[in-house]
Design a protein around this ligand. Sequence first.
Ligand code: PRP
Ligand code: URA
Length: 209
Amino acid sequence: MGKTFIADHALISHKIAVLRDERTGTRDFRLIAGEIAMLLAYEVFREMPTVSVKIKTPVAETEERVLSGRKPVIVPILRAGLGMMNGVLEIIPSAKVGHIGLKRDEVTHEPCEYYCNLPEHMDERVAVITDPMLATGGSAVQAVDLLKNLGCRDIRFMCIIAAPEGLEKLRNAHPDIDIYIGSLDKRLNEDAYIVPGLGDAGDRIFGTK
Ligand code: PRP
Ligand code: URA
């Protein structure tokens, strides 16, 4: 069973409060979404393949563990997942980036794929999906399905806000993946929006609507 991590951190909670506030404008929303992603990414990358290397400091020889293997790949789900990408890259700047475009149908709430561009050797990389909102879970499940079809074995999903319904759906569909959440909210409303949530993440990040 993969791990489910729900943040319990004063900085993350404070920053999520700013995102939730309907008065927060595009500039601050974008900045703070990136900061939350960076703080969550610290946890997402806690465990990584490493190898021991010898280092000579100015004082003595020592051994240290460093990252090994293929570079990890960050996979933002377009559009809103892009709002977390730069924050993650702040702490792991050498990561590759792949994109999956999914748009939720406003009536059925089912995701529809419109774009996919991923680096080679996906089966050898740690893949980290970013999407600020895990609502019904349809988009997340589809993104993980796609990565698994390419042979990915170490998949980590990170979001800022999750609904219990979405977490349950993703966990049931993919028990093996690791899931990182900034806040687990109360429920979905009749339009499949997260309550209390923060509204439409894509619109707030990109200033549309
Ligand atoms: C939002 C959000 C997720 C999805 C979550 O994207 O960024 O991708 O909805 O909903 P789900 O868990 O019910 O699938 P949306 O489809 O609105 O597209 P956008 O990022 O382009 O705004
Ligand atoms: N997508 C969003 O951007 N917000 C929600 O609350 C649900 C889906």
